[in-house]
Design a protein around this ligand. Structure first.
Ligand code: TRP
Length: 330
């Protein structure tokens, strides 16, 4: 069997082109040499989401996105995290090998504490223990199936390091029971700017969603922030987030023409935004059609996810059994 590439995506927002370039596409590319295991991380989403209808709907949107963007559910093992009852059990076992100090230093938790301290509040105010445990749950996701590689964005690098630490601590005690995974860090994920020029991220509300209705998608693109230079003014393409986005979606020859217009005058932001919107719609035309079919066929999505979960569970059971046996919980 091929080595395993595993990754999860949290259903906390609509998939956007930053997710696509930084995460879906590289993960799907790995399918050539790896057995892909992809899942919708709904337990992780529960650390922040409080709207049950929204959570249910986003699970379907993320599932439909994966398939629309090229995931073949017969090849990849594709599932919903909460359909794997072994995950919470394994999370507990692993937590007993996780130093609490390691979790204190995890970015998401530490940032929340720092924000509280800055405003003079109790360090843990408003922070749930699920957020604190987030890295252990993620380690369980990765270690349960003996994953070899984990393709993630730079923001998840620390979580992979924590996973490795946990696996190593477990193995130091009991021998080589767990497979220590490698992260495959997509550095470029940081370089996809949002419409305001900061990193494209749902938390900044600066995304370009892939599957939004055409009018909405065009509106987002037209809102890309630029400076106030006139078309005839020369501009530095490397300093411009519209150019940075065009780079991903127009053909190389056309990009060179546009670069020339930037450097020597003639680049009108409005016209180029329209070209970017056209290119994005063109690039995702088939995926958008497929997405609309899938999102209206939840029975099919449920079936795919449940079949995937059955396959994932059969992959995970031997690792959990070995961990239980090693510790004496069996
Ligand atoms: N924490 C990841 C994110 O926010 C999602 C995730 C959950 C994940 N479990 C995982 C990614 C396991 C890779 C492997 O993007």
């Amino acid at each position: 069997m091929k080595p395993i590439a595993l990754t999860g995506i949290k259903p906390t927002g609509r998939p956007h082109i930053g997710n696509y370039l930084g995460m879906y596409r590289p993960a799907l590319d790995l399918m050539k040499n790896y057995q892909g295991m992809y899942f919708v991380a709904d337990y992780h989403a529960l650390t922040t989401m409080r709207d049950p209808e929204a959570l249910r709907e986003l699970v379907y949107e993320v599932a439909a996105s994966w398939i629309a963007l090229g995931l073949d559910p017969d090849e990849a093992i594709f599932f919903r995290q909460s359909d794997i009852p072994e995950i919470p059990e394994f999370t507990w076992i692993l937590s007993c090998f996780t130093s609490k100090g390691l979790l204190n230093r995890a970015h998401a938790y530490k940032d929340a504490v720092d924000a509280n301290l800055e405003t003079g509040r109790d360090p843990d105010e408003g922070i749930n223990a699920g957020l604190f445990y987030y890295p252990v749950l993620m380690a369980a996701d990765i270690l349960l199936y003996g994953s070899d590689v984990v393709p993630v964005g730079l923001d998840q690098k620390q979580h992979i390091e924590i996973t490795r630490d946990i696996a190593e601590a477990f193995n130091r005690t009991y021998g080589e029971v767990l497979k220590v995974p490698e992260g495959v860090i997509q550095e470029s994920v940081m370089k996809v700017p949002g419409i305001d020029g900061r990193k494209m991220s749902k938390s900044y509300d600066n995304t370009i969603p892939i599957f939004a209705p055409e009018k909405q998608l065009r509106k987002r693109v037209m809102r890309i922030v630029t400076d106030s230079k006139r078309p005839e003014d020369p501009k530095d393409p490397e300093e411009d987030n519209l150019f940075a986005l065009l780079r991903f979606f127009v053909k190389p020859e056309r990009l060179e023409e546009i670069r020339d217009l930037y450097l020597h005058g003639g680049a009108a932001y409005g016209t180029l935004k329209k070209e970017l919107a056209d290119s994005i719609l063109d690039h995702f035309a088939d995926a958008r059609t497929r997405f609309n079919e899938l999102i209206n066929d939840k029975a099919y999505l449920d079936k795919v996810l449940l079949e995937g979960a059955a396959r994932a569970r059969s992959m995970g059971k031997p690792y959990l059994a070995a961990a239980r046996k090693a510790t004496g919980i069996d």
